[in-house]
Ligand binder design. Structure first.
Ligand code: CP
Length: 537
């Protein structure tokens, strides 16, 4: 290997499918194809090229939710590598004494373990451990930094399932990534395997997705939005009956199980009716285009399978090969992270776009020549303000009551509650529209941190600095590309590792999305700028 080329896969974590680029996934799939052929032909020499073959290389499985396929295919994959394979017995571990995820995994990393495979109902665990594990490894001068593989976290993502699904679609697409038309059927609300598809299917150039689910099990808006942003063409149907009643039927159907364990009582009471909307029936067969294949991450329910067992011995059956592919994909993933293969992969050159996190979110606006006139709009009771700050254009277009509520939040977030001044709702430029204005007389500079908080809690407003009765400076706020390091931020998803109810001590961190919302860095939940503040929740 050229000494200048570094193996980009070594020590990598896989928390969400997008942690591997399209080019990296394409390379991984080429290796899976090679390995699968080697195993099917019993070619030991070719298989050995994938083996980590180090009995001191620790691969640890920690399954805090039930699993057969993911746990056992990873265990078999790890054994293929002739590595040290361990499993934490969660029932008798110190989790039950209130130990945190960080302390537990740091302890295990200290015992010469390198790759952790984690399934948990707590969302975003691997992303948190990735940071914590690196810091622990550095503090303790560990030889290898631990890597974390998400084996399914709550309703969030299941990236290794996504890899094996994509590999199976490629097999059935003759390895072409040009087009994919797929129907996603079932519990799209709770199903993490279909949530991973919102980014996963970017592997294909032209993607058409048909979402088939009754309203109660519909794909969450944030994933629908992400699919649209990724350029997928989308259609929605409330049942298979409705879907097969039209002409444009996909040749690939991906079923997901109704996740009863994650449903509330209200939905559970209607499970029979919901299930029938997403269960395939014999009388649909004649409507299926030639070459249709069904897939399923499995397990199927033994009493109520949404793919009935009469289809097992038919050409529709793509799910058995899909499940078998799971072990091949996971062998290759471990091989890459363990550094056994991947040296020859050269990432495609990318355009240097600069660090979006440094992007300015407070933009200075020129003050008009007649600044003194402008200040007359902002009064301290009956007098115009001489010195102070005025935050204008708050929540333009919202209703007066929404604007008032949000101004209370802004005042609290900026620590302005104890200062004199006031808030009012005024009419906007267009008839019938409103905006909010907060004014605080008295000289006061906002710090850089306060400006960032203002931009995050009131994007699109203007901040006027009044001095000697004139507008001395004027700024327009934009949503910051990321927001963190503030104690009063919180993700609203109770299942997220960063939610205060999890007591894991994980500080909230949000990234701005393409549709100007804040996505939690751990669980991905999308929030409006009004929702991320604790005092709001
Ligand atoms: N597909 C899948 O994740 O199955 P298990 O729950 O059995 O691991």
């Amino acid at each position: 290997m050229d000494a200048n080329i570094r193996n980009v896969f070594v020590g990598r974590s896989l928390c969400v499918i997008d942690d591997l680029s399209i080019a990296e996934r394409t390379y991984l799939f080429s290796k899976v194809k090679e390995l699968k052929t080697a195993i099917e032909n019993g070619d030991q020499t070719a298989m050995d090229r994938f083996r980590i073959n180090d009995k001191d290389f620790g691969i640890y499985e920690v399954f805090l939710e039930d699993s057969t396929r993911t746990r056992e295919s990873f265990r078999n994959a790890a054994n293929f590598h002739h590595a040290k394979v361990s499993e934490l017995s969660a029932d008798s571990s110190s989790f039950n004494k209130g130990e945190s995820f960080a302390d537990t995994f740091n302890t295990l990393a200290g015992y010469s373990n390198t790759i952790f495979i984690i399934r948990s109902k707590v969302e975003g665990v691997c992303r948190w451990l990735e940071d914590e594990g690196s810091a622990f490894a550095q503090r303790n001068r560990l030889w290898r930094k631990p890597a974390f593989i998400n084996a399914g976290d709550g309703k969030h993502e299941h990236p290794t399932q996504e890899l094996l699904d994509e590999f199976t679609f490629l097999e059935d697409n003759g390895w072409s990534t040009d087009n994919l038309h797929i129907a996603l059927v079932g519990d799209l609300f709770h199903g993490r395997t279909v949530h991973s598809k919102a980014d996963g299917l970017k592997l294909f150039k032209h993607v058409k997705v048909d979402l088939i689910a009754p309203t109660e099990l519909a794909m969450p808006d944030s994933y629908v939005e992400k699919m649209r942003e990724n350029g997928f063409s989308l259609r929605m149907f409330s049942s298979i009956d409705e879907y097969v009643g039209q002409e444009d039927i996909a040749r690939k159907w991906y079923f997901t199980r109704p996740q009863l364990e994650r449903m509330g009582d209200r939905i559970l009471q209607r499970q029979g009716e919901l299930r029938s909307a997403i269960t395939f029936r014999k009388d649909f067969i004649d409507r299926m285009p030639e070459g249709t294949k069904f897939y399923h991450p499995l397990p199927r329910h033994k009493e109520h399978p949404t793919i009935p067992t009469f289809l097992d011995d038919t050409s529709f059956n793509g799910w058995e090969r899909q499940s078998i592919n799971g072990m091949y994909v996971r062998i290759v993933l471990l091989s890459l992270i363990g550094g056994k293969i991947g040296d020859e992969f050269v990432p495609p050159a990318t355009m240097e776009t600069g660090d979006a996190n440094d992007e300015e979110y407070i933009i200075s606006v020129p003050v008009s020549g007649d600044a003194a006139k402008a200040v007359k709009n902002y009064s301290e009771g009956v007098h115009p303000i001489r010195d102070g700050i005025v935050i204008d254009h708050i929540c333009r277009g919202d209703s007066p009551s929404e604007i008032r509520n949000h101004m209370r939040l802004i005042s609290s977030v900026l620590n302005l509650d104890e200062a004199k001044g006031g808030e009012w709702v005024s009419t906007g430029k267009t008839p019938g529209s409103f905006k909010g204005i907060i004014f605080r007389p008295g000289a006061r500079e906002l710090t850089r941190k306060e400006l960032k908080r203002l931009a995050a809690v009131a994007p699109g407003c203007t901040l006027n600095i009044i001095k000697d009765g004139k507008v001395a400076a004027k700024y327009r706020t934009h949503m910051p590309p990321r927001i963190y390091n503030f104690d009063d931020l919180s993700c609203t998803n109770e299942a997220c590792i960063s939610h205060p109810s999890q007591s894991e001590g994980v500080p909230a961190l949000f990234y701005r999305t393409a549709d100007n919302r804040f996505a939690c860095a751990y669980c991905g939940k999308s929030h409006s700028f009004k929702e991320i503040w604790k005092s709001k929740n």
